[in-house]
Design a protein around this ligand. Structure first.
Ligand code: FES
Length: 80
């Protein structure tokens, strides 16, 4: 059961679902959030999708529970 009812499936600033980005990343050999952001812009708007992009890369999943503060801290720790 989802914490907030609906899974997070896409960047909201740019018209890309994580499923689309995962497929494109596989085709083009992108293995980092930076590569995805530079090529597709997702992540370069508000940046809220960046932790989800990292989780997509780490797990292969394309739909996620809304991340809570502690989960975001784990992502931010990886970035620094
Ligand atoms: S949600 Fe992806 S850049 Fe804003």
């Amino acid at each position: 059961m989802l914490r907030y009812g609906k899974p997070v499936r896409s960047c909201i600033c740019y018209p890309h679902t994580f499923a689309q980005l995962k497929e494109e990343a596989a085709q083009k050999g992108w293995t980092s959030v930076r590569e995805i952001t530079e090529a597709e812009a997702s992540g370069s708007g508000c940046g809220m999708c960046m932790p989800y992009l990292q989780k997509m890369i780490d797990t292969g999943e394309v739909a996620f529970e809304v991340m809570l503060t502690d989960e975001l801290k784990v992502f931010l720790a990886k970035e620094n």
